[in-house]
Design a protein around this ligand. Structure first.
Ligand code: ADP
Ligand code: MG
Length: 164
């Protein structure tokens, strides 16, 4: 595992509740415009983390996986959040064909599962969040890939320390 730096930090998420709490903590530091890539295999916890983030922002309805709709929109206290799952997209040009590329210039919080499927069409992320299995739980690494993203990561580390 890479060691933590100003632009990368790893936490252990022991169970689903920890993933939800981590998403809620993310919600306290992110602000629009934010582009967050959520990386990891099927079942890694990307949708669970998104659910925690949306609930953390104050959304009290359901959060369903956008696997079939490709995008689920939310407005919470005037903050727009678009949650994407690009698993079923075969290449980035298909996003433009579907008219989805316009979302990526909106002043919103954009959460993108399977961003590699839209490569070249999404813009530069502020965070690349990678989830993977570890023991009974998950490991999450946040890589900050913009100046704003580094500031948000610093705020997240200040808030969470090394444990969650
Ligand atoms: P993805 O969107 O990456 O395909 P989901 O969030 O839909 O994954 O599903 C992840 C599965 O793993 C769910 O069954 C969830 O309960 C479980 N899960 C989420 N976080 C953890 C964790 N930290 N430890 C163990 N299980 C987890
Ligand atoms: Mg998912």
């Amino acid at each position: 595992m890479a060691s933590d730096t100003d632009s990368q930090h790893t936490w252990y998420l022991a169970d689903e509740e920890a993933t939800l709490r981590f998403g809620a903590a993310m919600a306290t530091v992110l602000a629009p415009p934010a582009l967050v890539f959520l990386e990891g295999d099927l079942g890694a916890g990307k949708t669970t983390l998104s659910r925690g983030l949306l609930r953390g922002l104050g959304h009290d309805g359901g959060v369903k996986s956008p696997t079939y709709t490709l995008v689920e929109p939310y407005t919470i206290d005037e903050i727009a959040v678009f949650h994407f799952d690009l698993y079923r997209v075969s290449d980035g040009a298909e996003l433009a064909y579907l008219g989805l590329d316009d979302y990526f210039s909106m002043p919103a919080i954009l959460l993108v599962e399977w961003p590699e499927r839209g490569a070249g069409w999404l813009g530069n992320p502020d965070w690349q969040v990678a989830l993977s299995p570890r023991g009974e739980g998950r490991q999450v690494t946040v890589g900050a890939t913009s100046p704003g993203g580094v500031g948000w990561l610093t705020a997240l580390v200040d808030q969470l320390g090394h444990g969650i």
